[in-house]
Design a binder for this molecule. Structure first.
Ligand code: FES
Length: 93
């Protein structure tokens, strides 16, 4: 899974850093747990302004998860999307 977090100034002011911190925390804890399926990977990428904030107001922070763009993203929303995908791999069936 690839998550691109915009770290342009607008998105940073609106909380992109807390989204990155939570994603990195998840990567360092849950995904390193014994029994975690190595088939699930989490790539976190930071991007300079993705241009969305130039088109419209109040869209920051902007995050792209596996190609799907989330505008005005919250930490909770992004973590929910990532965890839903991760649990498909991590939880025993
Ligand atoms: S700063 Fe994030 S879209 Fe412009």
């Amino acid at each position: 899974m690839k998550v691109v977090v915009c770290v342009g100034s607008n998105c940073t002011m609106m909380g992109a850093d807390s989204i990155i911190a939570s994603l990195e925390n998840l990567k360092d804890t849950l995904l390193q747990k014994e029994g975690a399926n190595p088939a699930f990977t989490l790539e976190i990428e930071m991007a300079r302004c993705l241009g969305e904030c130039k088109k419209k107001n109040a869209v920051s922070p902007v995050v792209i998860v596996d190609g799907e763009m989330y505008r005005n993203a919250s930490r909770e929303q992004i973590m929910s999307v990532v965890l839903d995908a991760a649990y498909e791999y991590i939880l025993p069936k």
